[in-house]
Design a protein around this ligand. Sequence first.
Ligand code: AMP
Length: 196
Amino acid sequence: MRICIFCGSSMGYDEVYRKAAHQVARFFIDNNIGLVYGGANVGLMKILADEMLAENREVIGIMPMKLIRREVAHNGLTRMIHVDSMAERKEKMVELSDGFITLPGGFGTFDELSEILTFNQLRIMDKPLGILNINGYFDKLLEFFDHAVREGFVRKEHRENLIVSDNIYELFVKMNEYKPLTIGKWIKDIVKESHS
Ligand code: AMP
């Protein structure tokens, strides 16, 4: 099994984020899970990759050529896949991974999270997507998602499709229980709403 992790190219100020990245890497090692990620040698991404590589585990990086030229690429990975664009990178991440976990990060992480949420919503794919809510980092984003449901811009079932836990073990149990959504009803609902 391979899981793709989205997380910061920064470390975050609080040590709690670094510790959590180590813990996630340990969990992957103990459960024989391969890592797919952005391929960088910086931030929380580096912590994950280094810890897994130290135990000879599979780590696949996927990186656009432009970023590789900026010398942030990790040189010691099991495999580095070069792509032409950020869009192609995400497609490759989807192709190679059985599920996705989001750790704290910035705009790059938010972009990846929302792209996978949208892919699942449109059934372009249907793989579990979890947020590891370390230190309550995502609380305000999750509150905003609830606000979007109350305001009628996100469907409840799509919000509920996002798996959240502050604990990697529990997150994984929930991801294993993931059931893909059926597309039919909500498409019919939004078409009806737009024509009434
Ligand atoms: P950010 O959250 O803005 O720090 O961006 C990190 C996320 O975006 C990661 O999950 C990566 O897949 C991608 N990303 C952003 N910047 C880089 C970088 N310099 N090298 C590799 N991946 C990056």
